[in-house]
Design a protein around this ligand. Structure first.
Ligand code: GRG
Length: 308
């Protein structure tokens, strides 16, 4: 459950209740995911149980929240954005299931529970990740398309963010960089792809669902990119400052795996400063919305201050 946060908008508008926003939107996304996914009883039951196990394990639902908040900022309806919010959560969960496999990060805990392969075995975990990835496109195909943003545009958006030039590229660079000296520039390359690409895609999809203008999509791209980079810097900081219990996953893994992180390259204090600067850049990108992006502002602030 997110901390109670009454976000005072810098525009002087009434405070935005982010805790309430996250609570209600998480419930809406969970209900929609439950409708979109085959039930646990649907044959073959094992795969549907495995998909649902990780999907409903209690993630923060930050990417769906970004989709919905971006839609509102552009004057759209959250109901039009909801399938896209579910699609990005399926992509995100697939990446976590595969990332936790013994062949990758080899983790036992995720979202406060045993990882997928620990419960269902490696074979089913691989397939559950594959099925969640495919499920994302099936769900996105059920979103509304518009003349300005057709289904082709929506599908391309998701495919590009999660493909071999973005999400997968980041993971490849991350894997290949383990134990090697990594420069700040290389680390930024990894963060842009491994983390920022899907967060940026989430903000853009929300805008696309709302038939946003070229100026708005450019602003959402700028916002999502910087929020995404800040998100990963904070993630790196939390890995060394928080406990496994608080994070719901094994803390200190980056140091153990000799992974390059911002704290390991520039130290904790400078890392915090970088995250703040990136968040300020994200805030600046929202000026075009003239005070209508309060939920996006509150989310950016929340992501900077989060403790898990
Ligand atoms: C395609 C296998 C594969 C991996 C792609 C996304 C990814 C790369 C690996 C997953 C692990 C990781 C450190 C990703 C970076 C993004 C990140 C910090 C994910 C965790 O996101 P949260 O904190 O997780 O939003 P919850 O569980 O709250 O949804």
């Amino acid at each position: 459950m997110p901390r109670k946060s009454l976000h005072p908008s810098p525009t002087g508008r009434p405070a935005f209740d982010l805790a309430k926003f996250l609570e209600t939107r998480t419930a809406a996304v969970n209900a929609a995911l439950d409708r979109f996914l085959p039930s646990e009883q649907t044959k073959p039951a094992t795969i549907h149980r495995a998909m649902r196990y990780s999907l409903f394990a209690g993630g923060k639902r930050m990417r769906p929240a970004l989709v919905l908040a971006a839609a509102t900022a552009c004057g759209g309806r959250e109901s039009d954005a909801l399938p896209l919010a579910c699609a990005v959560e399926c992509i995100h969960t697939y990446s976590l299931v595969h990332d936790d496999l013994p062949a990758m990060d080899n983790d036992d805990f995720r979202r406060g529970k045993l990882t997928n392969h620990k419960v269902f075995g490696e074979g089913i975990a691989v397939l559950a990740g594959d099925a969640l990835l495919t499920q994302a496109f099936e769900i996105a195909a059920q979103a509304k398309g518009w003349p300005r943003y057709s289904h082709r545009d929506l599908i391309l958006e998701i495919a590009k963010a999660s493909g071999s030039l973005q999400l997968i590229a980041g993971q490849v660079a991350d894997l290949e960089g383990e134990g090697k000296k990594t420069s700040a520039a290389q680390l930024k390359y990894i963060h842009e792809r491994k983390t920022s690409a899907l967060l940026c895609c989430s903000a853009r999809l929300g805008g696309m669902s709302a038939k946003c203008s070229p100026a708005q999509i450019a602003a959402l791209t700028d916002f999502g990119y910087h929020v995404g980079l800040a998100f990963q810097v904070i993630d790196d900081i939390l890995d060394v400052t928080q406990t496994s219990e608080k994070l719901g996953k094994t803390a200190g893994k980056d140091t153990k795996a000799q992974k390059a992180t911002y704290p390991s390259i520039v130290g904790l204090e400078k890392s915090r400063k970088i995250a703040e600067e990136l968040t300020a850049r994200a805030f600046a990108a929202l000026r075009v919305f003239k005070g209508k992006a309060v939920a996006l502002e509150a989310l950016a602030e929340f992501l900077l201050k989060r403790e898990c």
